[in-house]
Ligand binder design. Structure first.
Ligand code: 3HC
Length: 384
C-alpha cells in the first residue's frame, strides 16, 4: 500500500504514548479513531490531546483553526475495537508492554481491519517479527516507534521485521515524514531497536551508580542537566514511567544479557506503586508538577563521557548486526533525546585505545560484561 492510500488512522491505546501519537497524526490532517478499553481511559487521552493542542496554539505553533478541526471532527474516540479499526488504512498500537497482550490484540485487529491496512506497533523493545506472526499479514506489519512526548520528540523508528515487505517499509517511512517526524529505518528487528538499545547501556551505568550510593539521583541529574541534557536520567525514568523502564530492562535481560536487569532500587519503586510522573512519585515527588532539580547539587564525581563511552560501545553492536549505520545512530539519538550532539560524533574525537581502556575499567568496576569493548571499538571501527 502506498502513502496516498492512507486516508484514515486508528490508534489503539490512549495512554502516554497513544494520545501523543494520535495528536501527531491529527496535526498532519488525518482523521484518527482513538481506542481504549474504557470510556474513562479514552476520554482522558482525548482530553490530553486537546490540552496539548491548546498549549501549542497559544504559542502560535499550530493554527487555531487546525485545533478546531480536530476537536469538531478529525478526532473520534471509541471503546469498540471493530469500530476503531474497521475503516483504518493504518493501525498504530500503543498498549502496555506485555507481549502476550500485544499478540492477542494483533490477532484481533487482523480480523477486524480491512485486508489492505498496515498494522504498526509502537513497542519500545519487542520483536515485531513475533507480533506480526500472530496475523495473517506479516508483510504488512511494522514497527513505528515514537518517543515521549511524541508531539515534541522528532524521531520515529521505522522497524522492519523478518517478514515486513519493502512496500510496507517504504510507506511507513514516507508516513513518518508526512507527519513531520524524522524517520530512521531499523533494518533488522532487534530488542530495543536503536535509541532504546543505545540508551540501555548508560541506564545500567546510572542505576548501578545510584544503587551503590555513589551519587544521589538529584546530584546526577543536576550534573547532566548542567552539561546540556534536557532531563537527567532519573527524572527521565520517572517521566517515561518506572513500569515502562522496568519492562524495557527486563526484556533486554531476557533477550540479551542479565546485566540489563533493572537495579533493586528500581524494582522496589515498582513494587511500592511509585511509577514516576503518572503516579505522582518515583525518584522524585511529582505531585506539584515537574520536580525542581537543584543545579547547585550537581555532583563533581562523574564524567558525562562515561555515559557516552557505553553508548558508543552499545551502538557498535547494532552496526555490526546491520541494524543501522554509525550516522543513523546519531540521527536517532539526537532526535529522540533533545541532546544537541550524538554519541558517535563525540566518539570520533576519541582514540580506540582510550575508549577500550575506559570501557574495560567500567566493566570491571561495575561487574558488567556488557560494558566490555567490542571488537569494532578495539579496532577503531566506531568512527565510521
Ligand atoms: N504538549 C505541548 N507542549 C508540551 C508538552 C506536550 N505534550 N510537553 C511539554 N510541553 C511544553 C511545555 O509546556 C513547555 O512550554 P513553555 O516553555 O511554554 O512553558 C515546553 O514544552 C518545555 O517544557 P518544560 O518547561 O517542562 O521543560 P523542557 O524544556 O525540559 O521540555 C521536554 C520538556 C520536552 C520533555 C524535555 O525535558 C525533554 O526533551 N526531555 C527528554 C525527553 C526524552 O528524552 N524523551 C525520550 C524518552 S525515551 C522514550 O520515550 C522511548 C520509550 O520507548 C520508552
Amino acid at each position: 500500500m502506498s502513502l496516498d492510500q492512507i486516508k484514515s488512522v486508528a490508534v489503539v491505546g490512549a495512554g502516554d504514548m497513544g494520545h501523543g501519537i494520535a495528536e501527531v497524526v491529527l496535526l498532519a490532517g488525518y482523521p484518527v479513531s482513538l481506542y481504549d478499553i474504557n470510556t474513562e481511559a479514552v476520554e482522558r487521552g482525548a482530553g490530553r490531546i486537546m490540552a496539548s493542542l491548546e498549549k501549542l496554539a497559544e504559542k502560535g505553533k499550530v493554527p487555531a483553526e487546525g485545533v478546531e478541526q480536530i476537536r469538531s471532527g478529525l478526532l473520534k474516540t471509541t471503546t469498540d475495537l471493530a469500530e476503531a479499526v474497521g475503516d483504518a488504512d493504518l493501525v498504530i498500537e500503543a498498549i502496555p508492554e506485555v507481549l502476550d497482550l500485544k499478540k492477542a490484540l494483533f490477532t484481533q485487529v487482523d480480523e477486524l481491519a480491512p485486508p489492505h491496512a498496515l498494522l504498526a506497533s509502537n513497542t519500545s523493545t519487542m520483536s515485531i517479527t513475533e507480533i506480526g506472526a500472530c496475523t495473517g499479514r506479516p508483510g504488512q506489519v511494522l514497527g513505528l516507534h515514537f518517543f515521549n512526548p511524541a508531539v515534541l520528540m522528532k524521531l520515529v523508528e521505522v522497524i522492519r521485521s523478518q517478514e515486513t515487505s519493502d512496500e510496507t517499509i517504504e510507506t511507513g517511512y514516507a508516513f513518518g515524514k508526512k507527519i513531520g517526524k524524522v524517520p530512521v529505518l531499523v533494518r533488522r528487528d532487534t530488542p530495543g531497536f536503536i535509541a532504546n538499545r543505545v540508551n540501555a547501556a548508560p541506564t545500567v551505568l546510572f542505576q548501578s551508580i545510584v544503587e551503590r550510593g555513589e551519587i544521589e539521583p538529584e546530584a546526577l541529574d543536576a550534573f547532566l542537566m548542567a552539561v546540556g541534557m534536557p532531563m537527567g536520567p532519573c527524572e527521565l525514568t520517572d517521566y517515561i514511567g518506572i513500569d515502562v523502564a522496568v519492562n524495557v530492562g527486563k526484556y533486554f535481560a531476557d533477550q540479551l544479557h542479565a546485566d540489563y536487569t533493572p537495579a533493586p532500587h528500581v524494582m522496589r519503586m515498582l513494587e511500592q506503586g511509585h511509577l514516576g510522573k503518572k503516579s505522582g512519585r518515583g525518584y522524585y515527588d511529582w505531585s506539584n508538577g515537574r520536580p525542581q532539580i537543584g543545579l547547585s547539587k550537581a555532583t563533581k564525581r562523574f564524567s558525562p563521557l562515561l555515559a557516552i563511552f557505553v553508548q558508543i560501545n552499545e551502538a557498535t553492536k547494532l552496526v555490526d548486526q546491520g541494524v543501522c549505520s554509525v550516522a543513523e545512530v546519531d540521527l536517532a539519538m539526537i532526535n529522540s533525546t533533545g541532546n544537541p550532539v550524538g554519541p558517535m560524533s563525540i566518539g570520533r574525537q576519541i582514540s580506540h585505545w582510550d575508549l577500550s581502556d575506559q570501557l574495560e575499567k567500567l566493566a570491571g568496576r561495575y561487574e558488567k560484561s556488557i560494558f566490555a569493548p567490542t571488537q569494532r571499538i578495539r579496532e577503531g571501527g566506531h568512527k565510521h
